[in-house]
Design a protein around this ligand. Sequence first.
Ligand code: NOJ
Ligand code: CA
Length: 719
Amino acid sequence: MKKMTIGAFLLTMMFGGANAQSLKSPDGKFEMDFQLKQGVPYYNLKFNGKTVVEDSKLGLRIFKDSSIKFASEIAKPEDAQFDLNSGFTKTAEKKDSKNETWQPILGEKKNYINHYNELAVTLNQSSTDRSIVVKFRLFNDGLGFRYEFPQQKNLNYFVIREEDSEIDFPSDMKAWWMVADYDSQEYKYQETKVSEIPSRWPQAADANASQTLIKDAVQSPLMLKVEGKEPLYINVAEAAVLDYPASHLEVDAKNFKFKTHLTADRQGAKGYMQTPMVTPWRTIIVAPKAEDVMDSKMIFNLNEPTKYTDTSYIKPTKYMGVWWEMIIGKSQWAYGQPESNVRLGETDFTKLTPNGNHGANNTKVKDYIDFASENGFQGLLIEGWNVGWEDWFGRSKEYVFDFITPYPDFDIKMLNEYAHSKGIDLIMHHETSGSATNYERWADKAFQLMNKYGYKSVKTGYVGDIIPRGEHHYSQWTINHYYRIAEKANEYKIMVNSHESVRPTGESRTYPNYISAEAARGTEYEAFGGNNPDHQTILPFTRWMGGSMDYTPGIFQTKLDYYFHGDKRFVKTTLAKQLALYVTMYMPLQMAADLPENYKKHMDAFQFIKDVAADWDDTKILSAEPGDYVVTARKAKGTENWFVGGITDENKRDYTVDFSFLDKGKKYEAIIYEDGKDADYIDNPQSYNIYKKQITSKSKINFKMVRSGGFAISVKPVK
Ligand code: NOJ
Ligand code: CA
C-alpha cells in the first residue's frame, strides 16, 4: 500500500468529496468520482466499495502554436500556460445513460450489450477562456473516459504535446506486458510485478524490421492482477483510436501509476486537432474473474456503429495460403535472383533470371486450390504474386510495388477462373513495405484489378519503416491511412486483413470490413525467433481485447528440421494445441497455415480444422488465467453445434470440461482431439488421440494437457 503524504492528506480533507461528482455503474458495483482539486481534474474508481484506482490526474499539454515545425524547437516552458490540465472551473454537468443491444456483423456472440451510465463535465479555463468536456461512461464491466473539445473561438486548431491521463493504482500487482514502441507490437510478453517492470524492461525487446522503443513504457492493452484472497483482474486499454495516435503507458513503478504516452510524429507532435473533436476512450476493465475480462465487449461498445450501407459482402472466411513455405524459407516471394536491383516500369521481369524457387507459380497455386477446395475452404492467400520482391526489404524504397503487375509465372486470369470453378476465392496480397504513400497512389487501380478478377479480400502489410519518412506505424497520420484504406476497400466491397498495422481498439464496429489484423507476434515468429508457450494464453487478454487477430495457426509439422536438416526452429506447441487455437482465438478470418503435404499425413486431426466455425452466436469462456491457460466454448452461427478449445502454457495441466452449457435433455455427439499420453511440445508434438463420445449437458470429460498442449472438441446434436 502506498502511504499518503501529509500534504496529500490535507488536500483530500480540504477538497475531497465536497465538489465531487459521483457516478455508479448500472448494477451499482462500480462507483467513480470526478473532482477539481485547486483547478486540476481528478477521477477515481471503486469496485464493490474498494478503491481500484486512486485519485488520478487528467489533462493534456498542447503547443502554443498550431503550425509547428519541430516540437523540440518550439516547446518552451512558458507554453505551460496553454496546457489543458489546470486552472479549471466546472461550468456544466450532464448525466445520461444507455441500454442497447446491437449485433456485430461478425462476432463472438449474436448480441453485444451496451449498458452504461454517463457523466459529462464541462470545464472552463478562465485564463484562456477555453472549454473542454471530460466524458465518463461507467459500465458493469468497467470505466471509459475521454476528452471532448467543442468548437470555440479560443480553441479552434491545436496540436497536442502529450496527453497526461493517469491511472494510479493503490498497490503493486502482477502485470502481463510488453515493451512500448511507436512501430512494433511484435514482442514477447513479460510477466512481472508492476514494481519490477523497469528492471526487466531492458531485456524485454528483441529486433524488428521497424522499431522505435519508448524506454520504461509498456504497450496497451495491459493486463493486471491484484493477487490475494479476493483477486481482481484489471485490463487497461483504449477504444476508438481514430484520427489520433495510439497510446502507450509510462510506468511509475514506485507508485504503481501509469500515464498515457502518445505516439509522436517526426516533428514531435502528438495529434493535430480541429474542433469539434474527441480523443479515444481510455478504458479500465475490472472483474474478480479473469474470464469476465476476456469476455468484456466494452471496447467495442465505445466505438460508433457503422455507417456502411451494404455489409452483405462481409463474410467469415476460412483460408489456406501459399505462405508458410515462404515464412520458413522453403520457397521465395521473389521470382528473380534475390537482391537483384529492380525498378518498376523499367525492369522487364520476363527477362529476369528466375531464382527457380518462386512460391506463387501456376502449378503450385493450382495444387493449393485443389487441396483447399477438396477440404471446404473459401479462400486461398497467395503472396509473392506481384513484381518487386527482389529488393523490397530494408531499403526504405518508396516505389517497391504497383499492386497490379503479376510475375511472368503467375497467370492471374487463369488462376482466378480455376479457383472460382472450384469454389475458392483467391485472397489478394498487398505488401506495402511500409510505403503507405505509394499504396494510396495505387489503391484504386489495385482494388479495380481485384474486382475484375473476383478477389473478395486483401491482406495488406507494412513491413519496415513507414513512408512518408519519419511517420510511425502508430502515429495519427498512419492510423488515418489504415482506415482510409478500409473505407476505400468498402467502396469496392473488399474485406481487409492488415499486418504490421496498429492494434485494433474496437473499430470493427465502425469499419466492419476491417475484419482482422495482425499487430502482435503471430505464428510467423515461431520461424523468426520463437513464441513462448504461454504466448497464446496472454494474447486474448491483451491484443484481442480490441479485435480479432490473424494469428495463422494450424501448423502440424512443428519441427522445421523436417525441411532443413539440423534446423533447430520449432513451433512451441503440440499438434492438439494448434487445433485448440481455432476456438480459444476469435478469428472470423481463419487460416490453416501449414502446407497441404503436412495435412495429408494427419487427415483425421485436420478434420477439426475443416469442421470448426469462424463466426459465432455465443461464446463462453469456461476457464482462463493469463499466462497459464484458456478454455473456451463457442456456438457456431446459425447452428446447434459447439466447439471447445483448451490450451496450457509450459506446464502440463488437468482440466475437466463441464458441458452444462449444452441444452438440457438433448443428446450430442462429441469428437475429441487431445494430446497423446506421450505427447510433448519439444519431444513428441505430433502424438494425439481422437475419439467419439455421446454426451449431454450432464457430461464431464477430463483432459490431461501436456506441456504446451491442449484439446479440441466438436459437439453436434444427434438427430
Ligand atoms: C509480414 C507478414 O506478417 C507476413 O504474413 C507476410 O508474409 C510478410 N510480411 C510478407 O509480406
Ligand atoms: Ca504461466
